[in-house]
Write a protein that binds this ligand. Structure first.
Ligand SMILES: [Zn+2]
Length: 528
């Protein structure tokens, strides 16, 4: 989420979610921090959405929960995806439908939209005109010259804005480290066709539920090879329905059938398309790999992972591939066949853009630190002065004054965790505790203490979860607690809270010494 401010009004560009990693157990998604907007929701004149990917629209329902009537501005497919998502949150948004080439005024911001090509159709870059200068924000983009929908990134429009003078250029950094040019989506056709030509039984394709272009390629291959297609999973069925209804997905009559119907068809006539290519544990593909999905994988089935391998998901994906292989499936993925191209511009394309736009200031966006730095280097190599390239981490405020962009301060920008129905209640401390529980288990100790005698009235009782300790060790722990009670000053024994803490610490210390284990210890102390 990027927020632009001018004349006291705010314009939000994109509002996505981040997906949790291993060290964030129990978290469903991570939201941008709305703290700095919360007191100024009335000043927000609109949310511009560059395209329909989760990492750009997933946070919109949570922002609209705070103020429902903020206008949501985007292209047709982007709006349709976000409206379907909002429906699940029972929110009907105020929308402004724009197309490439359109202009729209939102408060003091003059907006102009430019077609960009990406791994989802209908992507838009946005130019923002204010009295303080002209900003061009690419959103996610690449420069596929032969896209399936013939809609290329409109470099002529970029050039016109460049002629006018772009004061600040925000560009997609995701692939800034990748040399050369991103291949065209069409270059995948031979490898996909090969899979369909040679698969002896069912083909199960896994992709993102928003990757309309890739799924179009699968549909075309299935049609060519006389197979039927079923969509599996809620988000896949929903998004493909939307894309088809709006004309972004071309589905030959009779090709797509209900996934249930496919069960009665010969295996070599069946294609299933589902989510889960990143190894997400709850997605259809992971459940098939684990044998707890109604679709049972069998010897001779082919699984095609037609998507990227997002950094951080490697372990989950390789685990998934192994499980699928163990079930007898042949797994085709980007590591063994040319079945994926990136949706993002590589270094060669970014350099073209810098040379065409000739921006005064550059702010790399979208990507991790190393990607932002690599993108900054590219800008500098094309002649943008190094001190006009601003690398801004989350929460950093950048001023654009008199044609010069500088870092001006910062606002609160923590991770906000969504956990089931709760938003923002799980914090870093909660996650610390979860990690401790996950790594070391929990040991509850019940101590019945004879306070006047400064001793245990009965041996300690232990209830452990995820703890591996022998009974002998626990007997030793009981002796150590007994000793600690004997040494404790009287006032500590007579204060319930301090007595709890004394027992807890004694158990913890004893266990660490004897076993080098540090389970979370919960002490329940009862006076005898
Ligand atoms: Zn994207």
């Amino acid at each position: 989420m990027t927020v632009f401010e001018h004349e006291g009004k705010l314009l939000v560009v994109d509002c996505g979610v981040l997906f949790p990693e291993d060290h964030q157990p129990g978290v469903d998604v991570i939201l941008p921090d709305f703290a700095s907007l919360r007191d100024r929701l009335g000043d927000v004149v609109g949310i511009v959405l560059t395209h329909g990917h989760e990492d750009h629209i997933g946070g919109v329902p949570y922002l609209l929960r705070e103020r429902r009537d903020i206008p949501v501005i985007g292209s047709r497919l982007t709006l349709a995806f976000v409206e379907a998502k909002l429906k699940e949150h029972r929110i009907t948004p105020t929308t402004v439908h724009v197309e490439a080439g359109d202009t729209h005024t939102a408060g003091p911001f003059g907006l102009e939209f430019i077609a960009v090509n990406h791994s989802i159709p209908d992507g838009l870059a946005v130019a923002i005109r204010t009295a303080a200068g002209l900003v061009l924000h690419t959103g996610d983009f690449k420069m596929d010259q032969f896209p399936l929908d013939d809609r290329i990134t409109d470099l002529r429009h970029f050039a016109r804005l460049g002629e006018e003078g772009v004061d600040l250029f925000l560009t997609d950094s995701t692939n800034a480290e990748v040399p050369g040019f991103t291949l065209s989506e069409q270059e995948l056709s031979p490898a996909i066709d090969q899979v369909f030509a040679t698969a002896p039984r069912r083909i199960i394709v896994s992709s993102f539920a928003s990757h309309v272009h890739r799924i179009q390629q699968i549909l075309d291959a299935a049609s060519t090879h006389g197979r039927k297609v079923g969509f599996v999973g809620r988000s896949m069925v929903r998004n493909m329905g939307i894309a088809r209804d709006l004309g972004y997905l071309n589905v030959p009559r009779g090709l797509v059938v209900d996934a249930q119907k496919l069960e009665s068809m010969p295996d070599d006539k069946v294609t299933l398309i589902c989510t889960g290519s990143q190894g997400e544990p709850m997605a259809a593909l992971a459940r098939m790999a684990n044998g707890d999905h109604q679709i049972r994988l069998a010897e001779g089935d082919t699984v095609l992972l037609a998507s990227s391998l997002i950094p951080g998901n490697e372990t989950a994906i390789y685990g998934l591939i192994n499980k699928l292989t163990d079930r007898g499936a042949r797994v085709v993925h980007k590591g063994n066949a040319k079945v994926h191209v990136s949706g993002h511009a590589s270094a060669g394309e970014l350099v073209y853009c810098y040379n065409i736009v000739r921006p005064r200031n550059v702010m790399p966006v979208h990507g991790e630190s190393k990607h932002l730095r690599a993108n900054a280097e590219l800008a500098i190599r094309t002649g943008v002065p190094a001190d006009r390239v601003v690398i801004a981490r989350d929460g950093v405020a950048v001023d654009l004054v008199d044609g010069e962009a500088t870092i001006a301060g910062a606002v609160q920008a923590d991770y906000v965790y969504v956990d089931g129905q709760t938003v923002g209640h799980a914090d870093e401390q909660t996650l610390d505790e979860r990690r401790a529980l996950r790594d070391n288990g929990v040991l509850t100790v019940v101590a019945i203490v004879d306070v006047p005698g400064a001793r245990l009235a009965e041996p300690l009782e232990f209830v452990g979860r995820g703890v591996a300790v022998s009974p002998e060790t626990l007997q030793g722990v009981t002796r150590d607690v007994e000793q600690a009670l004997g040494r404790a000053p009287r006032e500590e024994l007579e204060d319930v809270d301090r007595l709890d803490e004394l027992v807890r610490k004694a158990v913890d210390r004893s266990l660490r010494r004897k076993t080098r284990q540090g389970p979370v210890v919960i002490a329940v102390v009862v006076e005898a």
